[in-house]
Design a protein around this ligand. Structure first.
Ligand SMILES: Nc1nc2c(c(=O)[nH]1)N[C@H]1C(S)=C(S)[C@@H](COP(=O)(O)O)O[C@H]1N2
Ligand SMILES: [Mo]
Length: 206
């Protein structure tokens, strides 16, 4: 049963969202070319041991594989229900490359400098996953191959496609869309779409 299905079998969507058939492609800028020999997944910033942790593509795809069924909610008001995302749980990354106790937020970095910030509590959520697959198939280039983040309980811009790294932070900082007018937290169930809706404490000063 997908997250979007209620016990009565109805699809429940966050306020203001409508169902989307198929899987549209939504992003800013070009689709990056994957170069396996240059690719690495890097965890840096406020790590527990103060070191940077890097995985090659081969190493990253050898990490424990898990699946999560979740919906994707785009802030432009469409939702794609019930996808099965497969890949590496954020919790696995946190275990293998733990943050320092002072870390409170993360910045997830993607190709071309796209980024999105998350509270550490959103990143450590059970369903947060670095997806390599959708519905059992490898992601296509336009959907984020080789790795995209999926944070099911937040709007989809919080999940960068073409992820290259995670920065542990000891204070919050805005990512790409969060700097450009989107809400710092981005909870679709509370319809946190735009930064002007932010309550005190929900984001760094603009
Ligand atoms: N690197 C990168 N990731 C991104 C974006 C982007 O512009 N660049 N757009 C986000 C937005 S707004 C959405 S709705 C989803 C769309 O994912 P899809 O194209 O696989 O449907 O990707 C997110 N991840
Ligand atoms: Mo989006």
């Amino acid at each position: 049963m997908g997250q979007s299905e209620s016990r009565k079998g109805e699809i429940e969507l966050p306020p203001g969202q409508r169902l989307q058939r198929g899987w549209p492609v939504t992003h800013y800028g070009p689709v990056p070319k994957f170069r396996p020999e240059r690719w690495e997944f890097r965890v840096f910033g406020a790590t527990a041991d103060g070191d940077k942790h890097c995985w090659t593509h081969e190493e990253f795809t050898a990490l424990p594989y898990t699946t999560v069924v979740a919906d994707l909610h785009c802030v432009t008001k469409y939702s794609m229900p019930g996808a099965e995302w497969g890949g590496v749980s954020a919790r696995t990354v946190l275990e293998l490359a733990p943050p320092a106790p002072e870390a409170t937020h993360v910045m997830v970095w993607a190709e071309y400098g796209y980024s999105s910030n998350l509270r550490l509590s959103d990143f450590t959520a059970e369903q947060t996953i670095f997806a390599t697959h959708k519905d059992g198939e490898l992601l296509t280039a336009e959907h984020g191959f080789p790795v995209r983040l999926v944070v099911p309980h937040l709007y989809a811009w919080k999940g960068p496609k073409w992820v290259r790294g995670v920065e542990y932070m000891t204070a919050d900082r805005r990512g790409f869309w969060e700097e450009r007018g989107y809400h710092n937290v981005g909870d679709p169930w509370r319809e946190q779409r735009y930064s002007y809706q932010e309550e005190p404490g929900e984001g760094p000063e603009l």
